[in-house]
Design a protein around this ligand. Sequence first.
Ligand code: MN
Length: 238
Amino acid sequence: MTLIGMVPSGVEARKLMINQDYVEAVLRAGGTPVLFPVTADPNRLSALLDQVDGLLLTGGEDVDPALYGETKLPCCGECSAARDAMEFPLCREALNRRMPVFAICRGIQLLACVLGGNLYQDIPEQFGTGLRHTRHDVPADPVHTVGVRPGTLLSSIVGVSPLGVNSRHHQGIREPGKGAVVCADAPDGLIEGIELPDRPFTLGVQWHPESLSARYPEHQKLFNAFVKACADHAGRSS
Ligand code: MN
């Protein structure tokens, strides 16, 4: 059994939330999703990672700009102090363990920040208005393409370029951080995918493959490859 640790995609009214699309995408890939509780206690985070074979960082609120050394501007969206306090050390610890990490939307932004990179607090305000990246009106169908860079893990998994993606973000990656390789770019030049080479599956994507994966097989392939990497990781460490 391959266990996939997932951070909640929301903490509202003192209740944990997970978008069921993540659960179903992992189940279709043959993995068993495990929803983590929210805690910033490093010993408990370490104990949680002991129980799983890979880490899935889900979408959600904006990363607090203080975590990349900036002041929060009015254009920045809502942040979650509880999620930041949990997910920074959790992601760092998973990377230290060379555990597979799949980082989606907020997740890729968090991964970049953990690696010392930084973000556009708002794409129209700080990057440009050439392409609309905030398309909550079309959550589960492609609204723009990304160019998939040849020779990357992403390219080896999806096997096509350009790839159609959904887009439910108003922030984006400005600098991807130390050791990160860009693997996907939107037509306006915005970074939409980063990965850490020479590791088991450590990939971030700015779109939401979990919402596309039921109907678009190339997006399900991302979860299949992630769960396979987690199974291999479990095999090596047992
Ligand atoms: Mn986009």
